[in-house]
Design a binder for this molecule. Sequence first.
Ligand SMILES: Cc1cc2nc3c(=O)[nH]c(=O)nc-3n(C[C@H](O)[C@H](O)[C@H](O)COP(=O)(O)O)c2cc1C
Length: 388
Amino acid sequence: MSDFEPFYDVSRTYEDNYAKGPFGAFAQALTQASAPERGSAPAENESASADNEGASNTGTGAAAFMGQPVNLAFGIPAGPLLNSRFTTAAFRMGFDLATYKTVRSRAWGCNPFPNVLAVHPKSADGSLTPGSAELDEGVLADTNYELPISISNSFGVPSQDPDVWQPDMRAAIVAAGPGQVLVPSFQGSRVEGMSEAEYIADHATTARLVKETGARLMVMNTSCPNEGHNRLLCHDPLLVGRITEAVKNEIGDTPLMIKLAFIPSDGDLELMVRSTVGRGTVQGFSTINTISARLVDKDGNQALPGAGRDRSGVCGNAIRGAGLDMVRRLAAIRERLGLDFEINGVGGVVSPDDYAAYKAAGADSVMSATGAMWDAELAHKIKAQLRA
Ligand SMILES: Cc1cc2nc3c(=O)[nH]c(=O)nc-3n(C[C@H](O)[C@H](O)[C@H](O)COP(=O)(O)O)c2cc1C
């Protein structure tokens, strides 16, 4: 794999990627194609690509994402698309949903380099199961990237200042081609000494800043640490409910999707649905985010340098089973409660068959971060399989 260059180059710093990326096939797409890509609409929605001209994206195709018509409800979730150059390249490579990496209400630094390592679970199929002892005992992590790809990412959700990301997000939105949608991702920031009311208000402020860019929908990341390392915001459904109420007051009818980490208990998951969708503040869930594991090098020592980095989030092939499980359980809750919300399936999609598995599990839309990083042709391959 030595001559292969992912569009986010894991051998460079985040700052270098932000300034000079994307790389590889995405860089070529930016320089070669001056117009949004044409003719790649799948058979299940043939009309959308031809009919929808311009950024207004007013097509009437069968596929949709949070109320927006799309050629195929497949794309890249928050993470490897750092700015409008990355999202525009993704559109040109046929990813009809391109998520702008999570932004904050203020500038926020990135964890020290390296931010990505290859991860090698012990099981024969390379999977990691939530709750398994291996996650605490240690999973081997190094720079030996292998297919099917599993990695760990440790960025700390860096953000530019709104003065930088707002105009860039606006440019990213208008660069979407026919039947394509820019998906903004945001989260609240917890800073030292902040009260809960201020933490809630920070989410609402950030949502307003996103809305000001012309966003037609947005995804709020709740799979970030809230209280301590292993306590994520999404582990507190009632607080998420209060936050989404404040966000809804700010963004009105703009559709809101919540990004969830893996939630093991059906009771907690149902409470999450009831305290958000049930109160009319949320229209969809995107799941899953990474699964936390202790990462060790070949000698059993901490793999990532620095305090507080003994554990890190694993993504890619290893977590597909967990992602599919969350989607199935969410779909079952949707059915049982008779509620209407969208499910965006994420986690370990590295092939067209994985896309199909998520759809079969009940996902309305599907996204791939790690799989797309290691295969820039993934959207084209899925569309070709759907046409076949
Ligand atoms: C390089 C990288 C950076 C990421 N950054 C974010 C982020 O800023 N916000 C977020 O909600 N998820 C982030 N994620 C998580 C992904 O959106 C996704 O939930 C996770 O990687 C599982 O999908 P995958 O197996 O297709 O990679 C990141 C993932 C990667 C690989």
